[in-house]
Design a protein. Structure first.
Length: 178
């Protein structure tokens, strides 16, 4: 029995999300999960891992590097083997620096063909673990990328496999602009 690879999609545009999901659902050995918001993605990652995250560079309330930084810095998230592919309209020097710091594996410039996305996702998932990109840990630039890290206090009587959806939340920090 083959293991299914999970691909998560977070896009600013619902039409783009559905087109990408439609193209990827035809692939064998692949399960596609579309997330409406980054909070839904965070809840899912507390329960199960995602092998590849396909994400718009600029989301409604944060950027892809900020999202990736908040996910990878939270030890409760299953992000050990998660690869990230970002979709953007243009790239500048600040973007390049943020992408390198946070460990985004690949950037695809829009407009692109959905068939090309399918090809890149299948190629990324076929890579052995030793060729995956690992972000730099102790870098002075890494300290400059600040992101939302939203923690939910677990109840004392709740087991560790239960995710609290409506718990009392701690105040969040706002991201700094690099």
């Amino acid at each position: 029995m083959r293991t299914l690879k999970v691909v998560g999609i977070v896009a600013q545009n619902r039409a783009l999300s559905s087109i990408l999901a439609m193209m990827l659902r035809d692939c064998q050995d692949m399960r596609v999960r579309v997330f409406e918001t980054h909070k839904a993605l965070q809840i899912y990652l507390r329960i199960a891992p995602i092998h590849l995250l396909l994400c718009d560079y600029q989301l409604n309330d944060m950027s892809c590097p900020q999202l990736v930084s908040s996910l990878k810095s939270n030890p409760q998230m299953h992000t050990e083997n998660m690869q990230i592919v970002a979709l953007t309209r243009n790239i500048d020097r600040n973007m390049q620096r943020e992408i390198g710091i946070t460990g985004i594996d690949e950037v695809i410039v829009k407009p692109m063909s959905p068939a090309y996305i399918r090809e890149r996702v299948t190629a990324r998932l076929a890579l052995p673990a030793k060729f995956r990109r690992i972000p730099v840990r102790n870098n002075s630039l890494a300290k400059r990328v600040d992101a939302y890290i939203e923690t939910i206090r677990p109840a004392q009587d709740t087991p560790s496999n239960v995710v609290q959806l409506f718990a009392q939340r701690q105040p969040t920090r706002h991201p700094e602009h690099v």
